[in-house]
Design a protein around this ligand. Structure first.
Ligand code: FE
Ligand code: FE
Ligand code: FE
Length: 164
């Protein structure tokens, strides 16, 4: 009989999922910065790109804490979210609605991350990985702050312009 899988295994699988996702996000953010029309949005994407590097390092620390190899596992959800963003970039290139579209894609990314990190933090606590829970919470806070900044940007420049 196959060995029963545990929450520990699920935690590891989900870490691999977000590790893959973060690396895809790291590649996508400079493209989004290049596409953005507003300087504030461009700067925001580049700032979050730098934060993402730190988030990847935190994940590597978590892998180390649990004594497992840092490796990614294809996340079809993030692939789909990023593909939708690319579609918006194509379809709304040169239009006044482009930035609003980029913000909406970026928020879909952040919401996926918030869901994952919230879960991972809870599981780390359940499994007794206190230090890992702290690291995961730090990233959760950053993703939340990024989401809020995007909401603000959506309410101002981008959407006002799109409505014009
Ligand atoms: Fe992230
Ligand atoms: Fe996933
Ligand atoms: Fe993020």
């Amino acid at each position: 009989m196959a060995k029963e899988k545990t929450l520990e295994d699920l935690f590891y699988d989900t870490l691999k999922d977000i590790y893959y996702a973060e690396r895809q996000i790291l590649k996508a953010l400079p493209k989004m910065a290049r596409a953005a029309q507003s300087e504030e949005l461009k700067a925001g994407f580049l700032e979050h790109r730098d934060q993402t590097e730190g988030q990847i390092e935190r994940l590597q620390q978590v892998f180390e804490i649990i004594g497992r190899r840092a490796q990614g596992k294809t996340c079809e959800a993030i692939q789909g979210i990023i593909a939708e963003g690319e579609e918006i970039m194509e379809d709304f290139k040169g239009t006044s609605a482009l930035d609003a579209g980029l913000i909406s894609s970026a928020q879909a990314v952040e919401h996926y991350e918030i869901a994952r990190y919230g879960t991972l933090k809870t599981w780390a606590q359940t499994l007794g990985y206190k230090e890992a829970a702290t690291l995961l919470d730090q990233t959760l806070q950053e993703e939340g702050a990024t989401d809020q900044k995007l909401t603000k940007l959506a309410g101002t420049a981008a959407n006002a312009k799109a409505a014009a």
